[in-house]
Structures are given as C-alpha cells and as structure tokens.
Design a protein around this ligand. Structure first.
Ligand code: F6P
Length: 742
C-alpha cells in the first residue's frame, strides 16, 4: 500500500476514534443536563400552581382536573395525575398514561423514593421513553397529596439524533479537510525535496544533502563503470585482469608485499617439498599474481627456502609453471618473535577481532615491528623499476610499510588491503601505537577493507586520533597535498578453482573420503576447514555438533563431523591452549555419543594441501564455518566453488564478511548452540531441490564476484588515481629507472 494512503488511513482511523469518543461523552452529558432540567421544570410547574392546586384539593375532583389541565398545557408534558397520600387517584388528565397509577407510584416511592421530593424516574413505554416525577403538594406545611407529572422524552431522542448527525457531518468535513491538506503538503514537500536534490546533484550542494549526494555520485560512478566493464568483457578472469593492467596501467608489473609466501620449501625425510600455506591471503592473491606477473615480497619461513632461492632471495614460481618472482626476506628468530608472533599476532590480531582475547602490547615487540616493516619496505623498493610502481601491501603485518615506501617513492601507487576486520575507534584506541599505525596506513594511495563498515570504522579512527581532513563525499583522508582513498573491496577466490582440474568427480570423492575416515558408504558427513585459531569458533562448532546429536537423535550413529585443523602460530600460548581444549572437547563428545566404531568428531590436526581440502569439500553433505569474527572467510567461498554438483549446504556464521555475499547459506549465530545445532539438522534434512537452488545462487555470486574482479577493481581505481595525479601535474609519464635506484 502506498505510503500516503497508509498515512491517510491512519489519520481517518484517528479522527473516527476521536468522533466516537466525543459522541459518547456528548450524549451522556446532554442526557444528564436534560434530566436535571426536567426535575427543575416539574418542580417549578407544581410550585407555581401550588395555591391553585391546594385550593382545588379541597373542592374535589372537578377542580383538580382543571388545575391539572392547566399544568399540562406545555406540549412536552404528556399528562398529570393527583393522588392522595394513601395512593387513591383523585384526578387525572386525559392523556395521562395509566401504567403509572397512584398505587404503582406509592409502591415505588416506598421502595426507593421515601424522603426525595420531587422523586423522578425515566421509564420505557411502547410509544417511547417518558420522564415521571412525583411532587408533594402541601398547604401550611401539611402534605395534601402528590401530583404526578409525565414528560414525553421523544424530543430528547430527536435531539440526540440531531447531535449524532451533526457530529457525523463534522467528522466527514474534518476528514476531507485533513486528507486534502495532507496530500497538498506531501506534494509540496516532495516538490521542494526533489528540486533541492536536483540542485544538489547538479553541483549546488546544500548542507542537508551533502552526505547523500556523495553516496549517490559514488554509486552512480560505480554502477556506470561496472556496466562499462561488463559490456567490455563479461565476468572477470585472468585475461581480463591482464588486459586491465596493460590498458589501464601501461603494462606495469605489480609488486605484492605480504608476510606469508605462496610457496614454502620444506625439508622432509623424502627431500624438499613445496607446501601451499593455509592462508586466505595466499588463496586470493596467488591467482592474481599468476595472471599479472611481477614480484611477491614475503618472509622466507620454510626450512628449505634459503637453499631454493638465489643470493638475493629470489625464486621463480609457481614451481613448474614459473610466471612471477618470489622475493624472500630473511628474519632472525628475535625479529620473527617480536614482529610476527608478538606485535602482529598477540597485539593487532586480538585487537581487530571481537573474539574476547585480550591484546598484548610489548614495547620490544613494537620495536621489532617497526624494524621489520622498514626491512620489507626496503626490499620492496629494491624490486621497483619505475618511479611510480604499483605496490599492493597486504594485511596487518605491514601497517607501517606504506608510509616508509612513500618516503622513498613519493610517486608510487600504494594499495594497502587490510585482510582482517578494522574495529571501532574506541577499540583501536587501546593500542599504545594507534597514531603510528594509522599514519603508516595513510601513506597508501588507497586503503582497502572487506566491508563498508570497516571503512567507516577506519575513517572514525582517523577522525578521532589524527590531524587530517576527512572528505566524506569522496571517502578520502587528506593530509597536506596527499589524499588516501578508503574503499571496500570484498575479497574472493579464483574462478574456476585450478585445483579442481585434477580432482576426481564428487561421487568418487564421497567414496574415497569416507573410506579414508573409516566411515560407512552412506554416512552423513560435515566438514570444517581452518587454521587452529580462536577466532574461528572451532570449540563452538564442536559444541553445535553435540547439540545436534542431543536434540535430533536420528543423526546419532549416522552423522560425522571431520574437522581439518592446520596448526597455526603455535609459539603463542593462547594457540597451544586452544589446541588442547579442542582436543579435549572432541574426546568428550566422542565419549558421549561414540559407540562401537562410531565417533561423531574426527579431528585431523595437521596441514592439508589444497587437493585434500577440496576433496573433503566435495565429499561432505555440509560445511560449517563458525567464525566468531572474520573479515571475509574464504573457506565458505571455496566450499561453494568445489560443489560443481550443485549440492551440499553451507552453514555460515553471521559474523563473517562472507555472510553478506552468501545469503543463501544457512546463516547462524555460532554462540547460539541450539540454533546452530538445529541449522546442522536442517542442512542434513534439506531436499536436493532446495540445496540446488541455494548452491546455484551462491555459485553465481562467487563466480561473478571472483578475485580477478577484486584485484581488477583495485587496479582500475589505482589507474584512475594515477591518471588524475598525472593530469594534475604531480606525475610525469612513467619513467624507467635503473635497478640501482633501490
Ligand atoms: O586473516 C588474515 C590472514 O592474514 C589471512 O589472510 C590468512 O588466512 C591468515 O591470516 C594467515 O595467517 P598466518 O599467515 O599467520 O598463518
């Protein structure tokens, strides 16, 4: 129903209610008035004719009738009667209703009216209501008898009907007036509003519309450029990303700075092995690097990394299909402890995640963090070959690097992406080095987050702690001549996932995984894939399985949950304790529900390479992602990508960035164990039709909003920024530098 109609309906209901209440109140009051009026009137008539009546009382019936006829001359008086004190009728006028005889009145008087003079009552006759009064006639203080007067009340009903009609007319006129005025006011306000908005959109920004205009313009620009891009090439893919780089950025390579390397060389008893780390960052960025080429600068953390790199730490990757360079930076144990385990993962990680872990800030960790950021910034500068390179700085390990790079390369385009949530300004405020962190990030040309909420939080933090100007219309922070844009870029995964090319069919994966886990062929299987991290809600996940078995007995003995948990950051006590707690919890649940060979929880605590992970995704009935707080969570998107059979159900925490994109998942609050347990049951019972409908929709979303689009959008925005800066004269055409520059 249109808004205006709803409003009018409400208005009419309100007026009708007021009229009804008014009508009842008015009728009651007038009624009371009329009754008082009649009593007074009857008394007045009898008192006025008192002498006449007294005289005629002596004379007898004839004289009394005349006197009574005189009294009843008023058209509202129906009739009158004279009664002796003992109830004898002495005289009566012709129209007096005989229902109210002298004895009848005497009986009523003795029940209720003794002592009241005049005594009055309202009675119902077949011809309508009447008002009866009995007044004592006295002479020299001695009572002679009573006069009964009957008033016709039909005129009262007529008056009530007239009042009702008047009120109805008033209601009708008022309603009509109010509705007309409302409609005119609404039209006028709408006209003023639209003309103001039009003026605002055409550049004449009024104060009221300023924030709205900024949003509308940004939206229009984004939609236009998206449409333009779609028109030029459909979904994003590696070719389109490459051509974006060459057309928009004149073929420049990109340099990624990320702590985690995409390929780790490890010594094993069988020789050197290449491992793919369990990292959302690597999952997302490695395909981008393969598409674009360039250099990935990272910490060389593998035991065989040094022996597989050249003297300057370079190695060509991916192994066997070399297309870009990995530049490894070496860190001492002290540096790694202070910068990575200490400040990054005991300080910033719990600071940014609402998972109820207290951040630890140590001055010596901070010193390492500053030194290591400088070391990596230097390594990046060594890799550049122009004055205005494109550098993608990744994550919370490198909050200071953007400014450090900017100091050496003022013309660089630095795109920093923060892979974890950015919390409220209040929370950021507890970091002793909050200004340094924010200032470091503002060395970037663009600071990217997963969601608009994180962007807003970042802008609030800048507002609270920094000297700068915030351009809210452009979502930019201005410090002197430099501006940093703050933008949401929800990260994703490659599409199609290259690991799937060599994997067996879903049917084969179902059989092989069940065999591997020692499960019957028809067992129902759920999977969880994570680093063993307290933000992932692994304990809550296992408790939800416990809840499922408690509340839905039909799944006991039939449902198994396989948790693949990659050990992570084990030098930190909190991670080791989590490991122990998860193990104890799995044992406890298995003891409660296990029987013969059946164990509801299978905990696989080790690193699993992507082909194994994808086989598990394909084999499962459901995947449960229960993060307590997560910037995006790419496991959810990987599960969807793995299910080319279009079946399987994703149960997803509402506290992940992914929950905004994958709305067809069963979205749960992981802290609400009952709800999560029921969601697992619903997933296991879901008919295939519904599974397919949900999965197809999520697959469309992930395939369209893939990681090439994520990177492409950042690069296009970067290109646009460079173009503007060149036009405004701050940059010259790209200049090729010699390597000596670093
Ligand atoms: O979520 C932040 C992040 O850097 C991810 O990108 C990645 O999945 C994870 O942390 C990896 O952590 P680490 O590199 O410490 O193993």
């Amino acid at each position: 129903m249109p808004r205006l109609l709803r409003f009018l309906l409400l208005l009419l209901c309100g007026l009708a209610l007021i009229t009804a209440v008014g009508y009842v109140a008015l009728t009651r009051t007038t009624h009371r008035w009329f009754e008082t009026d009649l009593r007074a009137r009857s008394l007045f008539v009898v008192t006025a004719t008192k002498q006449l009546l007294a005289r005629n009382w002596e004379i007898g019936r004839e004289g009394l009738v005349d006197a009574l006829e005189d009294i009843t001359r008023d058209e509202r008086v129906m009739g009158a009667a004279a009664c002796s004190l003992d109830g004898q009728r002495l005289a009566v006028t012709a129209a007096y209703p005989l229902d109210f005889g002298c004895r009848w009145v005497l009986a009523r008087l003795s029940q209720e009216g003794e002592g009241t003079d005049p005594w009055t009552t309202t009675e119902e006759l077949p011809g309508g209501r009447v008002h009866l009064s009995a007044i004592t006639v006295t002479t020299e203080g001695k009572p002679l008898g009573r006069v009964l007067l009957v008033h016709d009340l039909s005129y009262l009903e007529r008056r009530e009907a007239t009042t009702r009609n008047l009120l109805l007319v008033a209601f009708f006129v008022l309603s009509l007036g109010a509705a007309t005025i409302t409609m005119i006011a609404e039209r006028l306000a709408f006209r003023v509003w639209t003309s103001e908005l039009r003026r605002a959109l055409s550049g004449e920004v009024t104060r009221d519309f300023k924030p709205l205009v900024g949003d509308v313009r940004a939206l229009v620009e984004r939609l236009a450029s998206e449409r333009d891009r779609e028109a030029r090439g459909g979904n994003w893919n590696p070719e389109r990303l490459r051509s974006t780089l060459t057309t928009h950025l004149e073929g420049e390579r990109v340099i990624i700075l990320a702590n985690r390397e995409p390929y780790i060389h490890e010594k094993t008893p069988d020789g050197v092995k290449v491992l793919h780390p369990a990292s959302g960052l690597v999952t997302a960025l490695e395909p981008v690097m393969r598409a674009c080429s360039g250099v990935w600068v990272a910490h060389g953390s593998g035991s065989a990394d040094k022996q597989t790199s050249d003297a300057r730490g370079h190695v060509k990757v991916p192994p066997g299909e070399e297309s870009y360079s990995l530049r490894r930076v070496w860190l001492s144990d002290a540096e790694e402890n202070g910068y990575y385990y200490g400040f990054s993962n005991e300080g910033l990680w719990p600071l940014c995640h609402v998972a109820h872990a207290r951040p630890v800030f140590r001055a010596e960790d901070w010193e390492h963090y500053v030194r290591v950021n400088r070391k990596f910034a230097d390594a990046v500068c060594e890799e550049v070959d122009t004055e205005d390179p494109i550098i993608l700085v990744q994550d919370y390990h490198f909050a200071l690097a953007p400014r450090m790079i900017r100091e050496r390369l003022p013309r660089a385009t630095i795109l920093t992406f923060w892979h974890i949530p950015w919390p409220s300004a209040e929370r950021i405020g507890i970091c002793p080095w909050r200004e340094e962190i924010i200032s470091g990030l503002l060395g970037s040309s663009i600071v990217g987050f997963h969601t608009q909420q994180h962007c807003n939080n970042f802008i609030d933090a800048v507002d609270t702690f920094m000297e700068s100007r915030i351009d809210r219309e452009a979502n930019a922070i201005v410090q002197g001549a430099r501006r940093s844009l703050v933008r949401p870029y929800p990260i994703s995964i490659e599409w199609p996932v290259h690991w799937l090319e060599s994997l067996p069919s879903v049917g084969e994966c179902r059989v092989s995984v069940r065999k591997e886990l020692g499960l019957p062929a028809d067992a129902l299987l759920g999977v969880g894939i994570d680093r063993l991290d307290y933000t992932k809600g692994i304990e809550e996940r296992l408790q939800a399985v416990d809840e499922l078995l408690t509340r839905h007995p039909e799944f006991r003995g039939r449902f198994t949950f396989a948790q693949l948990a990659a050990p992570s950051r084990t030098k930190i006590a909190r991670y080791r304790e989590l490991n122990d707690r998860v193990e104890a919890l799995a044992d406890e649940i298995n003891a409660r529900w296990g029987k013969d060979d059946y164990r509801p929880i299978i905990l696989l605590r080790s690193h699993h390479e992507p082909p194994t992970v994808f086989r598990y995704y394909r084999a499962a009935e459901l995947c449960y992602v229960s993060s307590l707080h997560d910037g995006m969570n790419l496991v959810a998107k990987e599960f969807v990508a793995a299910r080319d059979d279009e079946l399987g159900v994703l149960v997803l925490s509402q506290f992940t960035g992914a929950a905004r994109d994958l709305t067809e998942a069963l979205i749960v609050n992981p802290y609400d164990l009952g709800q999560a347990g029921d969601a697992l049951a619903a997933a296991l019972r879901m008919p295939e039709d519904e599974q397919r409908e949900r999965m197809c929709s999520m697959r469309r979303m992930v395939s369209e909003f893939n990681v090439y689009r994520w990177a492409g959008r950042m690069l296009v925005d970067a290109a646009e920024l460079r173009r503007r800066e060149r036009v405004s004269g701050r940059l010259s055409a790209p200049t090729v530098l010699t390597r000596a520059m670093g």
